[in-house]
Design a protein around this ligand. Structure first.
Ligand code: ADP
Ligand code: MG
Length: 229
Protein backbone atom coordinates (compact mmCIF):
# COMPACT_ATOMS: atom_id res chain seq x y z
CA UNK A 1 0.00 0.00 0.00
CA UNK A 2 1.17 3.47 -0.79
CA UNK A 3 2.00 5.21 2.45
CA UNK A 4 -0.36 8.17 2.32
CA UNK A 5 0.99 11.55 3.17
CA UNK A 6 4.65 10.62 3.45
CA UNK A 7 5.55 13.12 0.77
CA UNK A 8 3.95 15.97 2.69
CA UNK A 9 6.30 15.53 5.62
CA UNK A 10 9.35 17.77 5.53
CA UNK A 11 12.53 15.87 4.69
CA UNK A 12 14.28 17.75 7.50
CA UNK A 13 12.80 19.70 10.38
CA UNK A 14 14.60 21.20 13.37
CA UNK A 15 12.85 22.70 16.36
CA UNK A 16 14.65 25.07 18.74
CA UNK A 17 17.87 23.22 18.00
CA UNK A 18 20.96 24.20 19.99
CA UNK A 19 24.51 22.95 20.32
CA UNK A 20 27.12 23.90 22.90
CA UNK A 21 30.71 22.75 22.93
CA UNK A 22 32.37 22.65 26.36
CA UNK A 23 36.13 22.71 26.25
CA UNK A 24 37.47 23.04 29.78
CA UNK A 25 36.22 26.33 31.17
CA UNK A 26 35.22 27.70 27.77
CA UNK A 27 31.69 27.17 26.52
CA UNK A 28 30.95 27.78 22.84
CA UNK A 29 27.30 28.28 21.89
CA UNK A 30 27.70 27.07 18.31
CA UNK A 31 23.95 26.90 17.50
CA UNK A 32 21.09 28.85 19.09
CA UNK A 33 17.37 28.26 18.48
CA UNK A 34 17.61 26.89 14.94
CA UNK A 35 14.20 26.30 13.35
CA UNK A 36 14.55 24.88 9.87
CA UNK A 37 12.16 23.12 7.51
CA UNK A 38 13.35 21.57 4.25
CA UNK A 39 10.63 20.21 1.98
CA UNK A 40 11.05 17.42 -0.53
CA UNK A 41 12.67 18.63 -3.75
CA UNK A 42 14.13 21.85 -2.32
CA UNK A 43 17.69 23.03 -2.91
CA UNK A 44 18.51 25.06 0.20
CA UNK A 45 21.74 26.99 0.58
CA UNK A 46 23.05 27.91 4.02
CA UNK A 47 25.46 30.80 3.89
CA UNK A 48 27.53 32.55 6.50
CA UNK A 49 31.06 33.43 7.58
CA UNK A 50 33.56 30.91 8.85
CA UNK A 51 32.82 29.85 12.43
CA UNK A 52 29.11 30.78 12.40
CA UNK A 53 27.97 27.18 12.97
CA UNK A 54 27.25 25.81 9.47
CA UNK A 55 29.23 22.55 9.79
CA UNK A 56 27.85 22.02 13.30
CA UNK A 57 24.30 22.20 11.93
CA UNK A 58 25.10 19.77 9.10
CA UNK A 59 26.68 17.29 11.51
CA UNK A 60 23.55 17.35 13.69
CA UNK A 61 21.17 16.92 10.74
CA UNK A 62 23.46 14.16 9.45
CA UNK A 63 23.18 12.41 12.85
CA UNK A 64 26.96 12.51 13.25
CA UNK A 65 26.67 14.39 16.56
CA UNK A 66 23.96 14.98 19.19
CA UNK A 67 22.29 18.33 19.88
CA UNK A 68 22.42 20.03 23.29
CA UNK A 69 18.75 20.95 23.02
CA UNK A 70 15.76 20.86 20.67
CA UNK A 71 14.65 18.27 18.14
CA UNK A 72 15.56 16.97 14.70
CA UNK A 73 12.97 15.18 12.57
CA UNK A 74 13.96 13.35 9.40
CA UNK A 75 10.96 12.36 7.25
CA UNK A 76 8.88 13.06 10.34
CA UNK A 77 10.90 10.71 12.58
CA UNK A 78 12.32 12.30 15.74
CA UNK A 79 15.97 11.25 15.81
CA UNK A 80 16.17 11.45 19.62
CA UNK A 81 13.58 8.66 19.85
CA UNK A 82 15.95 6.20 18.11
CA UNK A 83 18.78 4.04 19.47
CA UNK A 84 22.28 4.05 18.01
CA UNK A 85 21.69 1.23 15.53
CA UNK A 86 18.51 2.78 14.15
CA UNK A 87 20.30 6.11 13.81
CA UNK A 88 23.11 4.41 11.85
CA UNK A 89 20.51 2.74 9.58
CA UNK A 90 18.79 6.07 9.03
CA UNK A 91 22.09 7.76 8.21
CA UNK A 92 23.08 5.08 5.73
CA UNK A 93 19.72 4.80 4.01
CA UNK A 94 18.52 8.42 3.86
CA UNK A 95 21.54 10.70 3.75
CA UNK A 96 24.22 11.26 1.12
CA UNK A 97 27.24 13.09 2.52
CA UNK A 98 29.51 15.35 0.49
CA UNK A 99 31.79 16.43 3.35
CA UNK A 100 35.46 17.20 3.36
CA UNK A 101 35.89 14.99 6.44
CA UNK A 102 34.18 12.14 4.58
CA UNK A 103 37.20 11.62 2.37
CA UNK A 104 37.62 8.91 -0.20
CA UNK A 105 39.76 6.00 1.00
CA UNK A 106 43.25 6.51 -0.46
CA UNK A 107 44.07 2.82 -0.98
CA UNK A 108 40.87 2.09 -2.97
CA UNK A 109 40.41 3.10 -6.59
CA UNK A 110 37.53 5.23 -7.90
CA UNK A 111 35.31 2.25 -8.76
CA UNK A 112 35.85 0.62 -5.34
CA UNK A 113 35.34 3.85 -3.41
CA UNK A 114 31.95 4.48 -5.00
CA UNK A 115 30.82 0.91 -4.28
CA UNK A 116 31.89 0.94 -0.64
CA UNK A 117 28.53 2.00 0.91
CA UNK A 118 26.92 -0.94 -0.96
CA UNK A 119 29.55 -3.34 0.39
CA UNK A 120 28.50 -2.27 3.91
CA UNK A 121 24.86 -2.74 2.87
CA UNK A 122 25.60 -6.32 1.66
CA UNK A 123 24.56 -5.69 -1.93
CA UNK A 124 25.75 -8.31 -4.45
CA UNK A 125 28.76 -7.50 -6.60
CA UNK A 126 26.98 -7.36 -9.99
CA UNK A 127 24.44 -4.86 -8.75
CA UNK A 128 27.11 -2.83 -6.96
CA UNK A 129 29.22 -2.54 -10.09
CA UNK A 130 26.27 -1.69 -12.30
CA UNK A 131 25.08 1.12 -10.00
CA UNK A 132 28.60 2.49 -9.47
CA UNK A 133 29.26 2.56 -13.20
CA UNK A 134 26.00 4.37 -13.93
CA UNK A 135 26.72 7.07 -11.33
CA UNK A 136 30.32 7.47 -12.44
CA UNK A 137 29.01 8.03 -15.97
CA UNK A 138 26.56 10.63 -14.62
CA UNK A 139 29.45 12.59 -13.07
CA UNK A 140 31.69 12.03 -16.12
CA UNK A 141 34.26 9.92 -14.30
CA UNK A 142 33.83 6.58 -16.10
CA UNK A 143 37.27 7.02 -17.72
CA UNK A 144 39.07 7.02 -14.35
CA UNK A 145 37.78 3.82 -12.72
CA UNK A 146 41.17 2.46 -11.65
CA UNK A 147 42.65 5.76 -10.51
CA UNK A 148 43.38 6.21 -6.81
CA UNK A 149 42.09 9.48 -5.22
CA UNK A 150 45.63 10.94 -5.07
CA UNK A 151 45.85 10.61 -8.87
CA UNK A 152 42.79 12.84 -9.43
CA UNK A 153 42.29 16.60 -9.52
CA UNK A 154 40.25 18.24 -6.73
CA UNK A 155 37.21 18.59 -8.97
CA UNK A 156 37.42 14.97 -10.10
CA UNK A 157 37.70 13.80 -6.50
CA UNK A 158 34.63 15.81 -5.57
CA UNK A 159 32.69 14.25 -8.49
CA UNK A 160 33.62 10.78 -7.22
CA UNK A 161 32.50 11.80 -3.71
CA UNK A 162 29.14 12.86 -5.16
CA UNK A 163 28.75 9.53 -6.99
CA UNK A 164 29.48 7.73 -3.72
CA UNK A 165 26.99 9.94 -1.84
CA UNK A 166 24.25 8.99 -4.34
CA UNK A 167 24.80 5.25 -4.50
CA UNK A 168 22.31 4.41 -1.75
CA UNK A 169 19.56 6.52 -3.38
CA UNK A 170 19.47 8.86 -0.39
CA UNK A 171 16.42 10.95 0.49
CA UNK A 172 18.62 14.02 0.69
CA UNK A 173 22.16 15.26 0.18
CA UNK A 174 24.14 17.21 2.77
CA UNK A 175 27.06 19.08 1.22
CA UNK A 176 29.60 21.04 3.29
CA UNK A 177 31.51 23.61 1.22
CA UNK A 178 31.71 21.19 -1.75
CA UNK A 179 33.43 23.79 -3.94
CA UNK A 180 35.61 25.19 -1.16
CA UNK A 181 38.91 23.80 -2.44
CA UNK A 182 38.16 24.06 -6.17
CA UNK A 183 39.02 26.57 -8.89
CA UNK A 184 35.98 28.46 -10.24
CA UNK A 185 35.60 26.26 -13.37
CA UNK A 186 35.59 22.96 -11.41
CA UNK A 187 33.41 24.55 -8.72
CA UNK A 188 30.92 25.68 -11.38
CA UNK A 189 30.80 22.15 -12.84
CA UNK A 190 30.07 20.69 -9.40
CA UNK A 191 27.30 23.24 -8.78
CA UNK A 192 25.80 22.52 -12.24
CA UNK A 193 25.76 18.88 -11.30
CA UNK A 194 23.97 19.58 -8.01
CA UNK A 195 21.43 21.71 -9.91
CA UNK A 196 20.88 18.82 -12.37
CA UNK A 197 20.35 16.39 -9.47
CA UNK A 198 17.86 18.78 -7.92
CA UNK A 199 15.94 18.92 -11.24
CA UNK A 200 15.69 15.11 -10.90
CA UNK A 201 14.01 15.91 -7.53
CA UNK A 202 16.89 15.13 -5.16
CA UNK A 203 16.61 17.32 -2.04
CA UNK A 204 19.83 19.21 -1.28
CA UNK A 205 21.08 21.17 1.73
CA UNK A 206 24.35 22.85 0.86
CA UNK A 207 26.59 24.99 3.05
CA UNK A 208 28.90 27.65 1.68
CA UNK A 209 30.62 30.90 2.56
CA UNK A 210 30.87 31.79 -1.15
CA UNK A 211 28.06 34.14 -2.38
CA UNK A 212 28.77 33.12 -6.03
CA UNK A 213 26.94 29.83 -5.52
CA UNK A 214 23.75 31.33 -4.00
CA UNK A 215 22.05 31.50 -7.39
CA UNK A 216 21.97 27.70 -7.64
CA UNK A 217 19.58 27.33 -4.68
CA UNK A 218 15.80 27.75 -4.52
CA UNK A 219 16.29 29.38 -1.13
CA UNK A 220 19.21 30.95 0.72
CA UNK A 221 19.40 31.05 4.52
CA UNK A 222 21.92 33.36 6.14
CA UNK A 223 23.54 32.54 9.42
CA UNK A 224 25.57 34.55 11.88
CA UNK A 225 26.94 33.68 15.33
CA UNK A 226 24.96 30.44 15.55
CA UNK A 227 21.61 31.93 14.54
CA UNK A 228 19.58 32.27 11.33
CA UNK A 229 19.20 35.93 10.31
P1 ADP B 1 31.44 26.90 10.23
O1 ADP B 1 31.25 25.55 9.62
O2 ADP B 1 30.33 27.85 9.97
O3 ADP B 1 32.76 27.49 9.87
P2 ADP B 1 31.53 25.42 12.74
O4 ADP B 1 30.16 24.81 12.85
O5 ADP B 1 32.62 24.52 12.32
O6 ADP B 1 31.46 26.74 11.83
O7 ADP B 1 31.91 26.03 14.17
C1 ADP B 1 31.04 26.86 14.91
C2 ADP B 1 31.71 27.27 16.21
O8 ADP B 1 31.86 26.14 17.06
C3 ADP B 1 33.11 27.82 16.03
O9 ADP B 1 33.29 28.86 16.97
C4 ADP B 1 34.02 26.66 16.34
O10 ADP B 1 35.25 27.11 16.85
C5 ADP B 1 33.22 25.88 17.37
N1 ADP B 1 33.44 24.43 17.29
C6 ADP B 1 33.18 23.64 16.22
N2 ADP B 1 33.45 22.34 16.49
C7 ADP B 1 33.91 22.32 17.77
C8 ADP B 1 34.35 21.26 18.64
N3 ADP B 1 34.36 19.97 18.25
N4 ADP B 1 34.74 21.61 19.89
C9 ADP B 1 34.69 22.90 20.31
N5 ADP B 1 34.29 23.93 19.54
C10 ADP B 1 33.90 23.66 18.28
MG1 MG C 1 32.45 24.53 8.24
Amino acid sequence: MEYMGVDDKPVVETKALSKNYDIGTVKVEALKDINLTIKRGEFVILSGPSGCGKSTLLSLIGCLDMPSGGDILLDGINVSSLDKDRIADLRNSKIGFVFQMYNLLPELNVFQNVQLPLVYADIARDEREERALKLLKDVNMQHRLSHKPAQLSGGERQRVTIARALINNPTFILADEPTGNLDSKSGGDIMDFFAELNRKSVTIFLVTHNPDVHRYGNRVINMKDGRFI
